[in-house]
Design a protein around this ligand. Sequence first.
Ligand SMILES: [Ca+2]
Length: 256
Amino acid sequence: MKKLIRNIVLGSLLAGLMVHAMDQTTSAPEVTTEDASGRLLSLPNPEKCANRPINFTHDGHGYFYSGWVNAHKDDKVDWLEGRNICREYCMDLVSLETPTEDMLIRRLIQKQDLAYIWTSGRLCNFKGCDREDLQPTIVNGWFWSGSGVKMAPTNATPPGWPYQPWSYTGHKTQFEGRNVSQPDNAEFDINESVEACMGILNDIYKDGIKWHDIACYHTKPFVCEDSEQLLEFVRATHPELSVKEPSESLSLESIL
Ligand SMILES: [Ca+2]
C-alpha cells in the first residue's frame, strides 16, 4: 500500500513538473553541463527532512546558510553538490523570486562578509532549451531550479524590482573598455566552460553584492531554502514522520 501511494505521489509529482514546465518555465535539469560522471539529483532523505536545520525563515520557508550548520560549516561545493546537499533535507539551493527575498540574502552576505554563495539560478542549456521563447538563452533562458520559476529577462531591471540584481560589470569589462554586464558567459571564452549557474558575488569586481553567471564546477558555500515540492512528497510518503513547516517565525533581522 505504501509503495502504491509512493508511486501515485511520484507520478503526480512528475506530471506536475511537466505541466509546470510547460506553463511557465523550463524543465529542471537532471545533470549539469559539466556532468562527466552521470551525477543525478538526489532524492530527499525523510529523516533529514524531518530534522532539517533552519537558521531563519521568510514567507513560511525555512533557510540555512551552510557556514552556520555544523555538518556543513566548512563546505565549499560545486553547484550540483550544493543542490543535492539541500535536497536531502527537502530543501534546494535558494531561489530569489522577489526583491524582499533577495535583500534578505544580501543582508546575510553583507553582515557575514561572505565572498560568495551559490543560489539555484540556472541557465537553460540542456535538452529542451532550444524553445523559441527562451532565445537568446543568456537573456530569456534563466530560471530558479529550486522552485521552477522563470527569471525575468536578464538585460533589464526585473518588473517590480527597485534595482537590477545582475552586475553591471565583470571579467570582460577590462578587455572591452566599457562595462560588460552579467550574465556574460565569460569563462566560455577562456576554457569553453559555460557559465550556466548563478552565484552571488560580494564585490569581487568592485561592484557590490551582485548576481553573476559562473561555471558550475566552481566551489562555494551555499544557502538552502525549503522546497515545497520535496516537503509535500516526503509528507505524503512518510506520514509517520512529522515533517513540519518551520515551527516558529525567525527573521534574519532578529539574529543579524
Ligand atoms: Ca559571469
